[in-house]
Design a protein around this ligand. Structure first.
Ligand code: UDP
Length: 483
């Protein structure tokens, strides 16, 4: 009798084409590869071009001979700016009309080989497949790049509508507390809901309905993988488990990867060119003296907001390192007039770059705080680095994240819905000086919990081992059936 063939498991990963999603799913890909899982990483042609131009991924993943990149069209012309914040409806339309049929054809024709053990699909793309699509043939695991707090909030929206707590009735209603989101009693106000929850007729708002149904759909797949950890979001994770019991909380993934890599290395997965000169600048600043300012990869702002932040930072009298992406400011055409006092203040105490190696920056001892848009990756990176935050959430999950940062975890202040130079300067001084001790104390406590969760014996470490074992079992089952 022929010996059954034993092969290592093969997993297909498909992230949404955005920096935060690609970065974290490449970290998962690296972790899977280190555990001898064969990985095929599917990404859009545009993201692949940016990624290979600005990062060392090809070199880094060449260590894993069975790792492969595959690309798929996003259906948009090469010259399209692909800014999620400005073109979301158009991009969603293109993913549904072009990417979805292409992806399904690829699965039907075994484009990724017929030996897949499972598929790990970004929750953002949950509308690309149905759990009962019989051509898929393998279990679908959904990877949620959001935290549990925002995921559970979005999953609770149908109940909030049913109970009459939504719609929000105008500006004067924004500070009303929302009852009945289990695990978040007395915490969330209307203004802490994602921006897409603000329409006057939520039952008939296409974007709100699309997002909520995509979230509900993602709990119906075979498993949910989340980049968070039990000590941070345990009670909320328990609520999500009532909808999707097979949930692996394995974060913070960037910290888990550091644990698993035997050598000190950087896993940068940038879609923008990194400017490392900021590290040299930081080396020359006193410990804890710099507020790091970054609004992630998607946030955009107008000239007015740029100027308010700029004045606020200069007026605060603190040192600042500020990421100004080339597309951060809407419609600027390079024509901003810069007042002399800002030029002078920036020369004395500031440094501006287009893109930083953020994980490294946050861990630098010169950085004492983080003015952030509260993207989930940035929030976790700040938590692991033990740095207090000032939150200026822009959209999506960020309104919820910033509320948790300020009012649940006591890691800093929430500047939500405000943007004026006095508030910016005051909050910078509160976080960096006046309330520094209080925030650093909670930041250090939570950083220790985060680091412990990714070490042997920690919850995320154990959950990742369980994930690998479950993937291996799927592969064994498949081999047994085929033999
Ligand atoms: N990032 C970076 N350099 C920068 C700004 C951001 O490497 O100058 C990274 C950051 O470390 C994080 C990601 O970009 O991993 C942003 O993801 P997040 O979820 O915070 O926000 P998004 O960009 O999705 O809004």
């Amino acid at each position: 009798m022929e010996e059954p063939q034993i092969t290592s498991p093969h997993v297909l990963l498909f992230p949404a084409p955005a920096q935060g999603h690609i970065n974290v799913m490449l970290k998962l890909a690296e972790l899977l590869s280190l555990s001898s899982v064969r990985v095929t990483f599917l990404t859009t042609e545009h993201s692949y071009r940016q990624l290979t131009l600005h990062s060392d991924v090809l070199h880094r993943f060449s260590l894993f001979p069975s790792f492969q990149f595959r690309t798929i069209s996003d259906g948009l012309p090469v010259s399209h700016p692909r800014t999620f914040s400005c073109h979301l409806p158009e991009m969603l339309h293109s993913f549904v009309s072009v990417t979805k049929p292409l992806f399904r054809d690829m699965l039907v024709s075994h484009h990724f080989s017929s030996d897949l053990s499972c598929l790990i699909l970004d929750g953002f793309f949950s509308y690309l497949l149905d759990i009962d699509d019989d051509f898929v043939k393998v279990p679908i695991f959904c990877f949620r790049t959001f935290g549990a707090c925002s995921t559970w909030t979005i999953l609770s929206i149908p109940n909030l509508i049913k109970q009459g707590q939504l719609p929000i009735k105008g500006e004067e209603d924004m500070d009303r507390i929302l009852d009945n989101v289990p695990g978040m009693e007395n915490l969330l106000r209307c203004r802490d809901l994602p921006g897409f929850c603000r329409p006057t007729d939520p039952n008939n708002d296409p974007i709100l309905q699309f997002i909520v149904s995509a979230f509900i759909r993602s709990t119906k797949f075979n498993a949910l993988i989340m980049n968070t950890f039990e000590d941070l979001e345990g009670p909320i994770l328990s609520n999500i488990r009532t909808l999707c019991p097979n949930l692996y909380s394995i974060g913070p993934l960037h910290a888990l990867l550091k644990t698993k890599l035997s050598h000190e290395t950087e896993s940068l997965n940038n879609l923008w060119e990194v400017d490392r000169s900021c590290l040299t600048w930081l080396d020359n600043q006193p410990a804890g003296s710099v507020i790091y300012v970054s609004f992630g990869s998607i946030t955009v702002m107008g000239n007015r907001e740029l100027m308010e932040f700029w004045h606020g930072l200069v007026n605060s009298g603190r040192n600042f390192l500020w990421v100004i992406r080339p597309d951060l400011v809407k419609g600027k055409n390079g024509e901003i007039e810069i007042p002399a006092e800002l030029e002078e203040g920036t020369k004395q105490r500031g440094y501006m770059v287009g893109w930083t190696p953020q994980e490294k920056v946050l861990c630098h001892e010169a950085v004492g705080g983080f003015l952030t848009h509260s993207g989930w990756n940035s929030t976790l990176e700040s938590i692991v680095a033990g740095k207090p935050m000032i939150c200026w959430p822009f959209g999506f999950d960020q309104q919820v994240n910033s509320r948790f940062v300020s009012n649940m975890w006591n890691l800093g202040l929430d500047m939500k819905d405000l943007c004026d130079r006095e508030t910016v300067a005051k909050m910078v001084n509160d976080v960096m000086v006046n309330r520094k001790e209080e925030f650093v104390r909670s930041a250090t406590e939570i950083a220790n919990l985060a680091r412990r969760s990714v070490k042997p014996g920690g919850s995320s470490y154990a959950n990742f081992d369980r994930l690998i074992e479950d993937i291996r079992n799927l592969s064994r089952k498949k081999t047994a059936v085929n033999n």
